[in-house]
Design a binder for this molecule. Structure first.
Ligand SMILES: [Zn+2]
Length: 345
């Protein structure tokens, strides 16, 4: 039997939602992960430090007995965000990052930023105090093809912003293209990228071939195979600029299986098993710890976790539930479409 012991991982991009959904999904993350950067796109969004403190308390209240888990809170950047409030959030230790959603880019992003000029005072303050900006890197202008949104964002928004404010630390979240990988690799400083579990496993065929499969639909949408291969190369390279952000994003099944289904893949329950499979396939199991447990803390200026988890390779495929039941309804679990032999002990 093969086994691998690594420092306990962290998830640098996670959706926990709220209320009954939060209570239904939190254990799937806190079982394996010590910390997670929690996305602020609730309805209404988490925009002030007061909102973030309240949300953090609700997350801690929802934790199962015996689980220790640290939610790392983010603020949803709007054109009304107050730089003083952001600084206070950072100073008190409550806020780990601020999240930029271009308006309309993904689930609950209607309050996002339309004009970057309006948020420059906040971004300048963040650069000054060393608070990272997490970016959903897609343009939302209707003339841009959805598969090109990331590349166009880099060229027309991200690169100009980084030239204007090179001191700002930027996390390009859920990188989905070779353009994103190349852009991060080419930067000298202050840029890193998170990669999801599912973008290492599926390409766009998973959504569209043989019938439309809403449970593989997420944003940014999965791209063609060459991009998936570029992501796998980056994730398994050990390059400290790449780390895990699962973007695990639960929606109840009726919200996915309908005429206009929501974007999001729920991969929290089997992420570590899927990743061990991917890294083994790439001959890079020795790089898994860097990707899930070391590179992220180093980027965010936090110590790596002291506790450890052990992954074991079983003789027979591990069975994961197809769905979980939450108080809000059933949620379909990511199916990687291959048998998984790796299990967290
Ligand atoms: Zn997300």
């Amino acid at each position: 039997m093969q086994s691998l012991t690594i420092r306990r991982p962290d998830d640098w991009h996670l959706h926990l939602r709220d209320g009954a959904m939060l209570r239904g999904v939190i254990a799937d993350t806190s079982r394996h992960f010590a910390r997670a950067i929690v996305m602020p796109n609730l309805v209404p969004p988490v925009v002030t430090t007061v909102d973030a403190r309240d949300y953090r308390n609700r997350i801690l209240d929802a934790l199962p007995e015996g689980h220790s888990f640290e939610p790392l809170m983010t603020l949803y950047l709007t054109e009304e965000t107050n730089p003083d409030d952001v600084e206070e959030g950072k100073r008190s230790g409550l806020i780990t990052a601020v999240k930029l959603y271009p308006a309309g880019a993904t689930t609950n992003s209607a309050s996002g930023v339309r004009n970057l000029d309006k948020v420059m005072p906040v971004l300048e303050r963040m650069a000054k105090i060393g608070l990272p900006l997490c970016v959903h890197g897609e343009v939302t202008t209707p003339e841009v093809d959805i598969f090109d949104r990331e590349a166009v964002f880099i060229e027309t928004v991200l690169d100009p912003l980084r030239r204007r404010l090179p001191e700002l630390k930027v996390t390009m979240e859920h990188v989905t293209t070779s353009d994103g990988v190349d852009y991060i690799r080419s930067s000298a400083a202050n840029l890193a990228g998170s990669i999801t579990t599912h973008h290492l496993i599926i390409n766009r065929n998973a959504i569209l071939v043989g019938g439309i499969r809403p449970h593989y639909y997420c944003l940014p949408v999965a791209k063609r195979e060459s991009h998936r291969l570029a992501l796998r190369a980056a994730a398994t390279s050990g390059d400290p600029r790449f780390f895990l952000g699962t973007d695990s994003a639960p929606h109840v099944d009726p919200a996915k299986e309908c005429a206009c289904g929501c974007a999001g893949i729920y991969c929290a329950p089997n992420t570590m098993s899927c990743l061990a499979h991917v890294f083994e396939q790439e001959g890079a199991l020795d790089k898994l710890e860097a990707f899930v447990s070391l590179n992220g803390p180093a980027w965010y200026g936090l110590p790596p976790n002291e506790t450890r988890i052990t992954l074991v390779k079983r003789a027979a495929p591990v069975q994961f539930p197809k769905k979980i039941e939450t108080g809000a309804g059933s949620v379909t679990v990511f199916d990687p479409m291959f048998p998984i032999y790796w299990d967290v002990e």
